[in-house]
Design a protein around this ligand. Structure first.
Ligand code: ADP
Ligand code: MG
Length: 281
């Protein structure tokens, strides 16, 4: 931790149940991310710190504009911190790589001129993860996992929004990345489809225990998806606190409710906003 800001990590690092080794998979340490535009310097996140362990469903929860997408971009290697560091397996993140794969909100993230199977196979081949027959088999394995086996030869425009997102998830999981970076992947879906997709993601997780860094502005979604939840303040994003939802059953109305209540309390406690902590320059 390089931050000396009292608001950051106000609840302290939480013990991680079942965590075998001391080293987190992803270490985000005092990360400030800024955009330099012609006229302005925009501070997207300010001294954000958190650790993601293997098999975590780590949720970053915060309002629009608090820097969630920017954090994911930096984890993906598309943007460098102006302060602090991000490490994957102890190595500073420098550039994008197949060990970190994105799923976005947009339905147009698939290649429209390729079928479902070709989309997944192409990702494996172009990252040189696999080729030929092996890539096709791996693609089909993951397409089956998201229950789209019958649609392997369909083109994206013939699929519903939910189905397209399932293809994007299959494509990402087929890469078997160290960490899956999900940027509000279900935000554009209708409420019922969204709920079904959330449960499907949990079912996939129960199957393969992948590690996911999932960002959302939805409290119910955070409570449902995350085993750990990082709360961010509004722009510029700072850490308000971290919650460990292990032991809480989000589907159980009482304990799911308790967790949401804790989140509400933390979001409306004015710890961070009271401080003048936004340096520009
Ligand atoms: P979130 O994903 O939480 O909604 P973002 O990471 O997209 O937030 O944005 C964080 C802040 O950075 C916002 O104030 C946004 O306007 C600003 N921002 C995002 N992208 C750019 C960019 N390319 N250039 C300048 N400012 C940007
Ligand atoms: Mg965003």
């Amino acid at each position: 931790m390089t931050t000396d800001m009292p608001g950051a990590r106000s609840f302290g690092p939480l013990p991680h149940p079942g965590e075998p080794g001391p080293q987190p998979l992803l270490q985000v340490d005092g990360v400030t991310l800024q955009y330099k535009t012609e006229k302005h310097l925009v501070t997207a996140t300010y001294r954000v710190s958190f650790d993601v362990y293997k098999a975590d469903r780590f949720v970053v929860l915060g309002p629009s504009g608090c820097g969630k997408s920017t954090l994911l971009k930096a984890a993906g290697g598309y943007m460098a911190p102006t302060e602090g560091s991000m490490r994957l397996k102890g190595v500073r993140i420098g550039e994008p790589g197949p060990d970190r794969v994105f799923v976005f909100q947009e339905f147009d993230q698939l290649l429209p001129w390729k079928t479902v199977k070709q989309n997944v196979t192409f990702a494996l081949q172009s990252s040189r993860k696999m080729r030929g027959r092996a890539a096709e088999e791996q693609a089909m394995r993951y397409i089956e996992k998201v229950n789209l086996g019958k649609f392997a030869n369909s083109y994206p425009h013939t699929l519903s929004g939910g189905m397209k997102q399932r293809v994007a998830i299959a494509r990402a999981l087929a890469m078997e990345p160290d960490i899956l970076l999900m940027d509000e992947p279900f935000a554009a879906l209708d409420a019922l489809t969204r709920r079904r997709m959330q449960e499907e993601l949990l079912r996939l997780w129960a199957d393969t225990h992948f590690t996911v860094l999932f960002v959302t502005h939805s409290i119910p979604e955070a409570v449902l998806i995350g085993n750990r939840i990082l709360l961010m303040s509004p722009h510029p994003g700072q850490v308000k606190g971290e919650l460990n939802s292990a032991g809480d059953d989000p589907v159980d109305p009482v304990s799911g409710r308790k967790l949401s209540d804790r989140i509400h309390e933390m979001l409306f406690a004015d710890r961070v906003e009271e401080q003048e902590v936004v340096p520009h320059g």
